[in-house]
Design a protein around this ligand. Structure first.
Ligand code: AKB
Length: 314
């Protein structure tokens, strides 16, 4: 079957890399990038692009009529840090954008939908270490509870209407091709840029704040592998835990120092993102992803750091 794939929110951190990878796999014209704004990013502009606001259902309807999709990836979202500054907007976009797409997926009989969740669905009473797939979840950021509610909607549309919607709870994502936008884990990307440009970085998270992270190459591969897995194998229709690499700003900076001995890290006195990070897990158990669709992570802290620095130096 020839695929027609629409990526909504294509210009962000994940979208940019996902569009590149999907175009390499399915052909440039088969992957329609779309966002609320245009971009000068060559990867996005290497194939069809449409301006779309996911909160405008008519707009989405026209897009799905123009390119009847076989797969839709909904990536448009407001992340954790910006979500605390604009709570109502974050709720509106993260929730109503999803419901618009789920409804239209039923109307257009779209075979597969992907929607990203996050480690932000966990909260202060969730187990901190090796956080399991199923446990107490009491997220206290707007982003976190919008993602948790979104997971419930995905599972509901699957159970009630048979919609094939698939999801991953992404850890913090680290890549050299695209910049993060407004998250709590952004320090782990910014640090590489600053280390190379200025040999120093002030972390907004404290030295010992451990968070689950993942190299973008692994995250994109996980996304495509999940979308290619036989539906019959998938037992989780809320969102799959994905473990990644767990590290602190101190361990990341020690790893960077192995390559850039002059690099120095310092720590901000206080930052609102610290409270969000403190409510999230230190590490994640992803047994279900391993068992159901054979997930296997490739990059560890050492190989991710070496690859980031090598590519950013080019
Ligand atoms: C954020 O920090 O908000 C995101 C996430 C972990 O979902 N990167």
């Amino acid at each position: 079957m020839t695929e027609t794939i629409i990526v909504l929110g294509s210009n962000g951190q994940i979208g940019t890399e996902l569009v590149m990878n999907l175009r390499a796999k399915y052909g440039n014209n088969q992957v329609i990038a779309s966002d609320i704004r245009t971009t000068d990013n060559a990867a996005i502009n290497s194939g069809p692009f449409e301006l779309v606001n996911v909160l405008d259902k008519d707009n989405l309807h026209q897009l799905f009529e123009k390119y009847p999709p076989t797969q839709v990836y909904l990536l448009a979202a407001i992340l954790s840090a910006v979500g605390e500054q604009k709570p109502k907007l974050a709720w509106d976009l993260n929730m109503n954008g999803l419901i618009n797409v789920l409804d239209l997926a039923l109307e257009f009989k779209i075979p597969k939908v992907f929607w990203p969740s996050s480690i932000a669905v966990f909260g202060p009473h969730s187990p901190k270490e090796n956080t399991p797939q199923f446990c107490v979840m009491d997220p206290n950021s707007v982003y976190g509870f919008s993602k948790l509610a979104g997971e419930r909607w995905c599972e509901y549309y699957h159970a009630k209407y048979g919609l094939d919607v698939r999801s991953i709870r992404y850890p913090g994502l680290i890549g050299w091709r695209s910049e993060p936008g407004g998250g709590t884990t952004d320090y782990a990307v910014n640090i590489f840029h600053e280390a190379l440009a200025n040999s120093k970085y002030e972390s907004f998270l404290s030295a010992d704040t451990a968070l689950p992270m993942m190299y973008m190459e692994d995250a994109i591969r996980a996304t495509i592998e999940l979308m290619e897995a036989p539906a019959s194998k998938l037992t989780i229709r809320s969102s799959y835990n994905l473990g990644g690499i767990s590290f602190t700003p101190a361990t990341l900076s020690a790893e960077i120092k192995k390559h850039l001995p002059d690099f120095e890290i310092s720590y901000a006195d206080s930052d609102p993102r610290q409270a969000i990070a403190d409510s999230w897990p230190n590490s994640i158990d992803d047994t279900f992803a391993q068992r159901d669709w054979g997930w296997k992570q490739k990059f560890d802290l050492a190989s991710m750091t070496a690859d980031m620095l090598e590519n950013l130096k080019k």
